[in-house]
Design a protein. Sequence first.
Lengths: 149, 751
Amino acid sequence: MLSFKLNGRDVTTDAPSDATLLWVLTDHFKQHGLKFGCGLSQCGACGVMIDGTVVRSCQTKASSVGGRSVTTLAGLMENGKASQLQQAFIDEQAAQCGYCLSGMIMVAQALVDSNPKPTESDVRSALNGNLCRCGTHTRIIRAVLRATA
Amino acid sequence: MNAPFGMNRRQLLGTTGFLTLTFAMPSNLFGQEVQSPEGPGISGGPGLPVDLKKNPMLSSWLRINSDGTVTLLIGKVELGQGNRTAIAQVCAEELGVNFSRLQIIAGDTKLCPDEGVTSGSTSMPDGATAVQYASAEVRGILLGLAATKLGQPAETMKVKDGTVTAANGKTVTYWDLVVGKALDVKAADNPKREKPSDYTIVGTSVPRVDIPTKMTGGEIFIQDMHPEGVVYGMVARPPNYRSKLTSIDLGPIEEMPGVIKVVRDGSFLGVIARTKDEAMAASAALGKAGKWDIPNDMIGNAAIYDWLLKAPSNPSVIHTQIRTSGGAPAKTIEATYRRPYVMHGSIGTSAAIAQLGTDGVMTIHTHSQSVWQTAEAIAKMLKVDTNKVRCIHTQGSGCYGHNMADDAAADAALLAAAVPGMPVKLQYTRAQEHQWEPYGSAMVIKIKAGVDGDGNVLDWETDVWSTSHATRPGGHPGNLLSAQYLDPPFEQPTPRDIPGPNFGSGRNAIPLYQFPGQTVTTHFVSEMPLRVSSTRSLGAYPNVFALESFIDELARDANVDPLEYRLRFLKDDRARAVLMKAADLFGWSSYERKPNYGRGIAFARYKNYAALTAVAMEIRVTPRNGQVQVLRVSVADDSGQVINPNGLANQMEGAVIQSLSWTLKEEVKFSDSAILSTDWASYPILTFQEVPKIDVALINQPGMPFLGTGEAGQGPTAAALANAIYDAVGIRLYTLPFAPDRVKAAMNAKK
């Protein structure tokens, strides 16, 4: 039995020890924020935070989160509303299909947590490992800067 | 899922007391084909917009509900381009209700009007125009009802958010009017529409209805759906296109943990398991367990251009104009351009959920762009009646054309048919998506011009070689990937070029410049060395890259500024305006030269009749390594009447960035036996640190037709980049992509 904190709540699952964190979170715990993009840690769509650090859940074993704290995109919401960062993404209309965004916002949150006033160059650098195919990059950068302005 | 306003489909359609609008169309309309000089689908003349003509019952588009909501049913689907919001804006504007009253159902083959394929930048010209007319007409009918009820003439009525106010101050709401009413009314041909000067919703940046859910981890994509009792399906593909499965022992796979069923039909292999992990493990094992006959006769990406030029093709002169005056050209200039295969490269691999119900209906949640025709193809593949397959569009990762959405729908259905009653959720691996999607075709374009002593073009010739840009399912199972591997297989129909001068391989191959002599010929190759189909802009991207690079080359040869040279031959006012607007925004006339920095500009009118787009950019080349950095891009766009400026700019920014990615980086690599571009390392795309600053200026044309924007930026971006590289370092690149080694090689060759 695997126990961990998911978005602040204590949860348990009987998922096998080698289960992939991505599928445990999406299929068992019905978390929608994280997405399968490549399964190879190349695109970043599956990003979640473990104890404040973003990991790629497609290549993370669920067993590694035992006793730790996992945060998904929905977990960033505050009192059921979009967080300041999420709201900035909404205000900038920083999406086309939006499939990659969950991972982007998690990385942006981790950046803001460690660097509350990032420069544009900091944002680009932090997000460089996350792929977007629709070409919404410039809006995403603006959203992060807006949230931290 | 498909309802952005927090209501599910059952709630949306379960609302009682809605106004059923049943209209018989005047018979004289049916003989008219709505085709304005602007092109198909764009209304303007008498008669109905094409999508409304195809679905003339107004009740198939709109329901006025007694609870104060309006249900809008549409056949164009949300792909991330924001069409759901924009089309709803048009509805709210013409109907006279607040935007927030709208509930939208899109792309459900059982419920929605069949608007064909969501493609070709037609959501606005076809989809929004149909909704504009339908909504205006319903408003007129409601005003008539109000007139009767209030005893006041309809012409004096004013509407605000569904409340009708007569001249004497009496009011009645749409919602009151519909209670207990069942109407059977003949619709008018040309309903009275809102004046553009009175627009309050159209032309404003209404925030996208789907974005808040996407930003907060809500349920909106197929990938987010978890129906009760869901099981997980995966397929195992052959080693390459023409491989055949000779034998396989399914026993060990069936014994693997969680496996519910293993499916083999001919060379098609699939597995259904309790969890995604188990399905992935079993499908990987399944792929390895097969014994395959593997032909190794693929052409390889290095030889593809020679192959295209020599392959049997069907030459077709799509445009000719004979020069009637002037002498022989002073000189002839020619060039050959090459575009490799490129991927759609969706970030999310394609997915679907299918379930075979006890009523024998296969219900499929799919992110297909062509739900009706894909449903028909799947029905034929399953050998059932078309009404036994229902496709429900549900959002997926951006597709940019015919990616594997339809294949995923078909595969989910094949697996679901093997486990009746179980909802089967399927999502491909990255390698499956990269190796099996239908790519944008490799192309070769040759252009030759005869010019006079001042560098003016006298004669222009373009020849285009291409394989297909159109193998969407189209109701034919042979276009579904897995159907080609069943026993017996469904043969893929021999592709044809899309008819008309501006649709398939020849899209945008005809110059809009006023050259006296012109001949444009397409050489359509029906054989397909790699699987190909519609990829954002079809032939327009390579054709505009070639045409606008060549114009630049002619300008340089004539020693004329490339902007000035274009304006010399471009007579259309709207075309000239976008070109000059982009130049202004960029600061073309005040540009200061620096070593290894360069500027380029390019223009196209998409399909030669839709959106007009000009792109100017500044780049820097690093001579040491051949790296090209795009620094800033200025875009001017005229897409007719603007519905949502922010959404339009978003589409244009995305088009520029995706085109830069294609142009700088992308090429599908393949050997004699396999596709070698299997992931994002072997097929890299543009990253955050490589994306430039982009400014977009929109030229609004109030009251003019909606032209559609999604694909208009692809071609001009590529050419502007090629022209900027020439401006920076004096090398002309004819073969895409402009990878550092290619740039470096060209620079070395020049020395």
